[in-house]
Design a protein around this ligand. Sequence first.
Ligand code: C5P
Length: 211
Amino acid sequence: MTAPLVIAVDGPAASGKGTVATGLATLYGLPYLDSGLLYRAVGVLAERGSGAVTEASAEAAARGLDPKVLDDPALRTRAAGELASQAAVFPSVRAALLIFQRDFAAQGSGAVIDGRDIGTVIAPAARAKLFVTASPEVRAERRWKQLKGQGESVELADILTDIRLRDERDSGRAAAPLLMADDAVLLDTSNLSIEQAADAARRIVETARAL
Ligand code: C5P
């Protein structure tokens, strides 16, 4: 029997990690989890329930989270991203979401999970770890195009400010900050097409599998 293939893909907002991770999941026929959606759902539900993302409202939302809500397009908005990063600072929220993510990683033949702490906290024994990044300007432009495509009316300069704030909050928080695992491989997608990024990611995984 071949060992399960768990692939951890971490990186900051709009770095291309979702595209890289879905490409790898398709290539290897593995289930894929976008862990950011869990935090987005918690942030949105906490705000809907109590009008604000507090530790109590976010923890309650995380404990009762039904994975069916992850398909809601409302989770893909700019506002949901902001609420997610507010909810993600609370250790009790992270603890409540940990089991779901660990179980996802432990299923059958493996899994691909993307997020901020997959290689460091959720799946430290993952077979392959990628840290996907790009310059803040490139990431802002990608996110801006994505949001416009979804029908949101947004200014590029505001998205760049969002991205910088989110980087600061995600990297500066005490609980599971955005960190590159010691054994992760850096993939900078600033100057890469989707195909080039996918190919570079595949090579990183193949190298890790051969070790
Ligand atoms: O990846 P995405 O932009 O959807 O994530 C939204 C927010 O959720 C991030 O800015 C981060 O604060 C939080 N998050 C996290 N840990 C993860 C995934 C997302 O803290 N594994």
